[in-house]
Ligand binder design. Structure first.
Ligand SMILES: [Zn+2]
Ligand SMILES: [Zn+2]
Length: 159
């Protein structure tokens, strides 16, 4: 369900900008940040999202939600692997890691940034730096590094 929405928004944002090549996007939770496989380019972006604990149903917002993209273009076929970094509940013991729930507006922002990055990294287009910012949430409690996958990997945004 999330995947269909991401794919739809990606193709909408990529429309006519990716040189007529065919691109597809897939979720892949096994790609490693800062270690793209040979021939793959990387893009790491922060977004805002909500999480919900599947054990106690508690939910919380976060402005430090990392998304890693690995992309490759070969013979007119492009692939983007997407990994969304998870968080888990600080109240439950042995709480499972949860995927972020990202609103359409923020997926759109991520896809605009991604398409621009693909144009720069895979097509060597000379575009200006800068990126679109996500809609941020009102987060009251401090970020919890021990409950954040990206912090454990050392790639979480610093504020
Ligand atoms: Zn919980
Ligand atoms: Zn973190």
């Amino acid at each position: 369900m999330a995947h269909a929405e991401w794919t739809h928004i990606f193709h909408t944002e990529a429309n006519n900008l990716l040189h007529g090549d065919t691109w597809h996007l897939e979720f892949n939770s096994s790609i490693e940040p800062e270690q793209p496989e040979y021939g793959w380019k990387e893009y790491i972006r922060n977004t805002s999202a909500r999480f919900q604990c599947t054990q106690c149903r508690r939910s919380w917002p976060s402005n430090r939600v990392m998304v890693v993209f690995h992309m490759r273009l070969i013979h007119g076929k492009g692939t983007v692997k997407v990994r969304r970094f998870r968080q888990n509940c600080k109240m439950c013991t042995n709480a499972p890691m949860e995927d972020p729930s990202i609103i359409s507006e923020n997926i759109t922002t991520l896809m605009k940034n991604l398409v621009k990055k693909i144009r720069i990294k895979c097509y060597n287009e000379d575009l200006e730096k800068g990126f679109h910012h996500p809609r941020r949430f009102d987060v009251k409690s401090p970020h919890e590094p021990e409950h954040c996958e990206a912090c454990k990997k050392g790639i979480c945004t610093r504020e």
